[in-house]
Each structure stands twice: as C-alpha cells, then as structure tokens.
Design a protein around this ligand. Structure first.
Ligand code: NAP
Length: 320
C-alpha cells in the first residue's frame, strides 16, 4: 500500500500535458506527485511524443527537436521544480469521495486534486490479421516505422489529415503509397487533400475497406485485401506494410462511470477550462481534446489544469 500521505495534486500521465501540469504545480509549491504511466502501447513514459521523430512546430526550437529529447527536457524540468515522478501506470481510481484515491497496482495515493492527462492511443481496424501482424508490418506510426520499408510499397488506411500526413511522409521513403479510405470523399482539409493528390507517389483508393492483412502464415505483411463498398469487388494490394491512421481513442477506461465522458470517450470539460464533472478533478491534453491534439496545446491545457488545481485548493483552504 502507498505511504498514506495526502497530496495536494496527483498528476496522471507524463506527456506534454501531464509534465507541464507537474511543472506548474511544483512551482506553485503543491508538491505534485506525477504517475508517469507507460506511453499508450509502449514500455516507456513520456506519451505519444516518445514515438515521434523530429518535432518542428514546438515553439522555441527553431531547428526542431526530437520528440524523445523534448520529453526528456520536460521531465527534467518537472523534477528540477520539485515534482515527484513515479514510473507506474494508474490502475484504478476512486473519485467519488474525498480524498480522491488513485492506485498504481497495490500502491494507493491520496489526493486533494487530481489532474488527468492520460492521453489517447491510436485506433486500429480490429481485424484479427491486423492484430497478429502488429509491429510486423502493421503500424500506426509512419515516423516510427516508415524507414523499415524504404523503397517498398505500403498502404495507409484512413481519410483524415493524419492519414494524409502519414502518406506524405511515407511517400518520401517508400516506392509507392496507396491510401485506402472507406468513403469516396476524404475527410481531410482541402490543403491536405491537394498535397496528397499532387504527390505522384500517392495513389488514392476511395470507397474501399480493408478486409484482411496478409500474410499471417509468413509472420509479415505481404498484401492488403480490400473490398469496394459499392460493388463488393475484392482486390489484393501488394504491400510490405500497412499504416493505420483512423484516429485515436482516449485513455479513459479508468474514469468511466466516475467522470462525465462524451460519447466518443473523451473527458468532458467545462468549455474553456480544465474542470471535469467532479470538483477537484481536472483534465488536460489529448484525453479531453479530439480536435487539436498538438504538443503545444496539450502543454497549454496542462498549465491551465495546474492553475485551476491551485485555485481550487486555495478556495478550499485545504492547501498544506
Ligand atoms: P479524423 O479526422 O477523425 O479521421 C479519421 C479517418 O479515419 C476518417 O477519414 C474516418 O473515416 C477513418 N476511419 C475511422 N474509423 C475507421 C474504421 N474503423 N475503418 C476505416 N476508416 C476509419 O482523425 P485524424 O486524421 O487522426 O485527425 C484528428 C484531428 O487532428 C483532426 O482535427 C485533424 O484535422 C487534426 N490533424 C491535423 C493535422 C494537420 O493539420 N497537419 C495532422 C493530423 C491531424 P470517415 O471519414 O468515413 O469518418
């Protein structure tokens, strides 16, 4: 069991939102505890940026910075400001009574406020063959895995901005990129669509769904079987990898039934704030943001959450 100490603020998550919340809370002398967690699907803390190559749009780094380096710096900054970092996943919470309770396996942590910054994980199609070939040619991150398929044909699935971003990145490495989308219209912004249509290496296959990824028997991707949604025609696209870019699923299972969630599973916050449906519980980053999903917007919302936690504690007169 935990140490029984009642903490002002427990931060769950260590992406840009969680670590920025930890930095601000530490500077406000809230002595925050940050349960870093393991990045969605990974083995390391630090959030989705740990799987990102060069980050070129985070202000302050004119030459860009590697995602892992950026997170290492945020982590260092949080520690230097006095945040206590624990490398463990939160496995259970009880936000129905005060003090708020957060478990990491058998360890129980008590908090006056909690900041949820658990992020979101990439969604997959849900096909058995896709599951079997994950990390063997099936990926949700072109920047992480694209280089493995240099000069080889690949498939990207999805019709949003992410799919086009992935396809454009892969077009710079691979011999051919086929973008498979289930509708005949792309969801992506006009500018992104033009980018895809103007790239001779990207082939659009619209109105098709993926039925199977081959070849499970060979333990690697050799082809993607697609089917036309109108005619039912099936065809096999030779490919050495399939990149799935069909959106993200927020990591909110822990909070179901305790915090108000939107239908899509994202945490509902009071517009313009980090306040959730439970007083003293705040949400920051991708777990409450299906739209912008940027490192800088996540960091900004982490800052807001910490400032609100500080105000909440001051109003309660509870801060020690
Ligand atoms: P998104 O906009 O929600 O697009 C998801 C795409 O995946 C849609 O085309 C959707 O099809 C398809 N899809 C969903 N579930 C599917 C399934 N089970 N089978 C097959 N296809 C499926 O997600 P996103 O592209 O990740 O973008 C999320 C947000 O980030 C957006 O606001 C986007 O603008 C933003 N973003 C911006 C940039 C940029 O500007 N550089 C880059 C990346 C992301 P339907 O169209 O049929 O629904």
């Amino acid at each position: 069991m935990g140490d029984g100490k009642l903490r002002n603020t427990i931060v769950i998550g260590s992406g840009p939102a969680g670590l920025t919340a930890a930095i601000y809370a530490a500077r406000a002398r809230l002595e925050p505890l940050c349960l870093e967690g393991f990045s969605a699907g990974g083995l390391i803390p630090g959030g989705q940026l740990m799987f990102t190559g060069e980050v070129e749009n985070f202000p302050g780094f004119p030459d860009g910075i590697a995602g892992q380096e950026l997170m290492a710096r945020m982590r260092q900054q949080a520690e230097r400001q006095g945040a206590e970092l624990v490398t463990a996943d939160a496995t259970r919470v009880d936000l129905t009574a005060r003090p708020l309770r957060v478990w990491a396996e058998d360890e129980l942590y008590l908090g006056r406020t909690v900041i949820v910054a658990t992020g979101a994980r990439a969604s997959y199609l849900g096909l058995p063959s896709e599951e079997r070939l994950k990390n063997k040619g099936v990926s949700a991150c072109a920047v992480c895995d694209g280089a493995l398929y240099r000069d080889q044909p690949v498939v990207v699935v999805g019709g949003g901005d992410s799919a086009i971003e992935e396809a454009s990145y892969l077009a710079g490495l691979c011999s051919e990129v086929t973008l498979v989308h289930r509708r005949t219209e792309l969801r992506a912004s006009q500018a992104m669509q033009e980018r895809a249509r103007g790239n001779p290496k990207i082939k659009l296959l619209l109105g098709y769904v993926v039925r199977e990824v081959k070849d499970v028997a060979q333990d690697r991707v050799t082809a993607v079987v697609v089917q036309n949604v109108q005619s039912g025609e099936r065809r096999e696209l030779a490919a050495d990898a399939m990149f799935v870019a069909i959106g993200h699923t927020p990591l909110t299972e822990l909070f179901a039934g305790q915090l108000e969630l939107r239908l899509s599973g994202y945490i509902e916050v009071e517009p313009g704030t980090a306040r959730t449906s439970v007083p003293g519980v705040f949400a920051a980053g991708d777990v409450q943001d299906p739209v912008y999903r940027q490192a800088v917007t996540a960091a900004a919302s982490g800052c807001k959450a910490a400032l609100e936690a500080e105000r909440f504690l001051a109003a309660e007169g509870a801060r020690r």
